[in-house]
Design a protein around this ligand. Structure first.
Ligand code: GLN
Length: 212
């Protein structure tokens, strides 16, 4: 099983390294053909305006949307989350609108360019996630199908999931925390081979939700 990492811009190497650390084959995606045979895709942090331009230049928009609509897991971190949102505050056109949220770019302003905090992410277990925020976006509103995975202490939403789409405002790949990638890999394996146990074994996400 292979998981793609969009590699047109931004912090894709760290995601490749995290996949390698959990024994999953990562594929750097620069052209539509690179998506052949991937069971999921990670959209890294970086600069979402540049990412948007390069996604269009290399004709990646349609094939990525198709992959997302097929149910393959798509995981966006920071700029990747912006790129996945159906609405960007301020009126920018959405890029790959697979995640029904309203996102605000650079939501922490100039005073707080970047910061780190411990976040409770119940779906990943009791150990908090060391979350690194860099010129991070925030989720202002969520659609009815969107589950909140994590909030800051002040209640602002910084991680969400809508079916096969997961997004974080922060960078788990920079903190050496492999749990989000493991979750994506589990979802990808189930997507690639739906026969394996599906229907009998509850999906890890649903099981985590049911317990909370
Ligand atoms: N501020 C960037 C943007 O709006 C995102 C920052 C990041 O990905 N670390 O695109």
């Amino acid at each position: 099983m292979k998981i793609g990492v969009l590699a047109v811009q931004g912090a894709f190497r760290e995601h490749m390294a995290t996949l390698a650390a959990i024994g999953v084959e990562g594929v750097e995606v620069r052209l539509p053909a690179d998506l052949d045979g991937v069971a999921g895709l990670i959209l890294p942090g970086g600069e979402s305006t540049t990412m948007r331009r390069l996604i269009d230049r290399w004709a990646l928009r349609e094939p990525i949307l198709e992959l997302g609509r097929s149910g393959a897991p798509i995981f966006g971190t920071c700029a990747g989350m912006i790129v996945l949102s159906t609405e960007i505050s301020g009126g920018e056109e959405p890029v790959l609108p697979l995640l029904h949220v309203v996102v605000e770019r650079n939501a922490f302003g100039r005073q707080l360019d970047s910061f780190e905090t411990e976040l409770r992410v119940p779906i990943l277990g009791d150990t908090p996630v060391h979350a690194i925020f860099i010129r991070a976006p925030i989720i202002e509103e969520i659609g009815p199908e969107v589950d909140v995975l994590a909030r800051l202490d002040d209640g602002r939403i910084v991680a969400v999931r809508e079916k096969n789409v997961i997004a974080t405002a922060f960078h788990p790949e920079l903190a050496g925390d492999t749990r989000f990638h493991r979750l994506v890999a589990t979802m990808a394996a189930e997507h690639a081979d739906p026969g394996e146990g599906s229907g009998r074994r509850p999906h890890p996400i649903r099981r985590a939700k049911a317990q909370s």
